[in-house]
Write a protein that binds this ligand. Structure first.
Ligand code: URP
Ligand code: ZN
Ligand code: ZN
Length: 461
């Protein structure tokens, strides 16, 4: 099957030009001007004139079908990846979880079973490590060989996910030696736990206390400690879901010293803020996520960090729970509200609208933040994250002028609310190709569950 994408404005992290793209089966094979004039025997032609043609989005932080707080995130690999595709994301990297006493490869098998036959787009896995005695280090090396080359460690959630500093140091040393990358949930969870217990004892049970018991200082301290341990372990570190200026300053200071410290932020920290917790009744539960939404003043600092490359990636931390049945678990106790929110579907449009249209970032940087940087950091480049001869034909034809109004009534995510209900955004993924197959046509999903393949990732370069 040969497909020609004709006359689009191709934008990568570095280039911007009008040309045609020839796709043969799953890969880009030729890029040039007026390819239609050459006898190519194409099967399908897509007219992209007046549109941007960009690499498929990569969301390196999702939680499909994640057991959390006595329930499961409401999107599974089928519904979540379908929604991602409609929004212009063609690759996710999701988090498998190792529980105490479990071998890492056993944990991975559980997540393979969740994704196989269901995922509509390509997917990789990070592994959340909770139990790493020395005898398990070979299991970690084996995962890196199998293409699961990044690991998430938690400084938060004592008794569930938290690992101590010694384990973090050992994991960073081991991963660093073999080209693995540690992703850090950086928050001082031990202090937060005391604050949570105190608040509940004082009868402070409503959703806003989730935010009030997780101060920015707790995040900044976690980021500082994560980077310090990584420096001692001589390894890189990637801070996930960075939410505030105080934490960003720690990353900036480390990078100014030349350390390989990387960080992502998410749309919710760029567009939503603490005031969302102060809505009437239990509404604030929709925004209970960790780290919590911060004071609005943090947002422009995060944009500055994105512009200056102290933040390299925008992921979603997509981890939806239905308001009616799941967030409800914490109606009388904010600490029982499942943590997380929906986001995988609208990341590309939100960032285009809030970033490019609002003149905060340029087009190349938009592509870099939503696709290329994640591909490079997580061992997928140049197969993913760019449009080049030999790359997978994961391509989005993006209409910069079309508007959409985000709403739970029309979204594809399996969750009963939208964090951005009623928000108008400019920029829509009109057509989406995944390894050469058209999986979204004129905003309508045309793909199939099971079309997505496991992505064996390389090591951290
Ligand atoms: O609230 C969040 N972020 N839920 C998902 C788990 C995590 O820490 O990323
Ligand atoms: Zn986390
Ligand atoms: Zn997460």
């Amino acid at each position: 099957m040969k497909t020609l994408i004709k006359g689009g404005h191709i934008v990568t992290a570095s280039d911007s030009y009008v040309a045609d793209i020839l796709i043969d089966e799953a890969s880009v094979v030729l890029i040039g001007r007026d390819l239609e004039g050459i006898p190519l025997s194409t099967d399908k032609t897509i007219d992209a004139s007046g549109k941007y043609v960009i690499p498929g989005g990569i969301d390196p932080h999702t939680h499909m079908d994640l057991p959390f707080g006595g329930t499961y995130s409401s999107d599974d690999f089928e519904t979540g990846t379908r929604a991602a595709a409609v929004g212009g994301t063609t690759t996710i990297v999701d988090f498998a979880v190792q529980y105490h006493g479990q071998a890492l490869n056993e944990a991975l098998d559980v997540w393979f079973a969740k994704a196989e036959g269901k995922a509509c787009i390509d997917y990789g896995f990070h592994m959340i490590v909770t139990d790493l005695p020395d005898r398990r280090l070979p299991e970690l090396y084996e995962l890196i060989n199998q293409g699961v080359s990044s690991f998430k460690l938690f400084m938060a959630y004592p008794g569930v996910f938290l690992v101590d500093d010694g384990t973090i140091f050992k994991a960073m040393t081991a991963a660093g030696e073999k080209g693995g990358l540690i992703c850090m949930h950086a928050e001082n969870g031990v202090v937060i736990d005391v604050l949570v217990k105190r608040a509940l004892a004082e009868g402070k049970t409503s959703p806003k206390y989730h935010a009030l018991t997780r101060p920015t200082r707790a995040e900044a301290e976690g980021v500082h400690r994560a980077i310090a341990i990584a420096e001692m372990a001589n390894s890189p570190v990637y801070i996930v879901h960075l939410s505030c200026h105080e934490a960003l300053k720690e990353v900036q200071a480390a990078r100014d010293r030349g350390l390989p410290a990387f960080a992502e932020t998410c749309p919710q920290y760029l567009f939503l803020d603490y005031s969302y917790y102060e809505q009437e009744g239990f509404e604030g539960a929709k925004y209970v996520m960790t780290p919590p939404l911060r004071d609005k003043s943090n947002q422009e600092q995060l944009w500055k960090g994105l512009r200056g490359n102290d933040l390299q990636v925008i992921s979603t931390d997509h981890c939806p729970f239905c308001f009616k049945e799941q967030k409800e678990l914490g109606r009388d106790d904010f600490s029982k509200i499942p943590n997380g929110g929906p986001g995988v579907e609208h990341r590309m449009s939100l960032i285009y609208d809030g970033g490019v249209v609002q003149n905060r970032i340029g087009l190349n940087r938009f592509v870099e933040l939503t696709s290329t940087a994640a591909a490079k950091i997580f061992g997928m480049f140049p197969r993913k994250g760019t449009i080049a001869v030999g790359s997978d034909a994961d391509i989005v034809i993006f209409d910069p002028n079309r508007e959409q109004t985000i709403s739970a009534k029309t979204h594809h995510m399996r969750v009963d609310y939208s964090a951005y209900e009623g928000r108008k955004v400019r920029g829509v993924a009109e057509t989406v190709l995944s390894r050469g197959n058209v999986i979204v046509e004129n905003e309508i999903f045309k793909g199939k569950p099971g079309d997505g393949q496991f992505l064996k990732r390389g090591t951290f370069a």
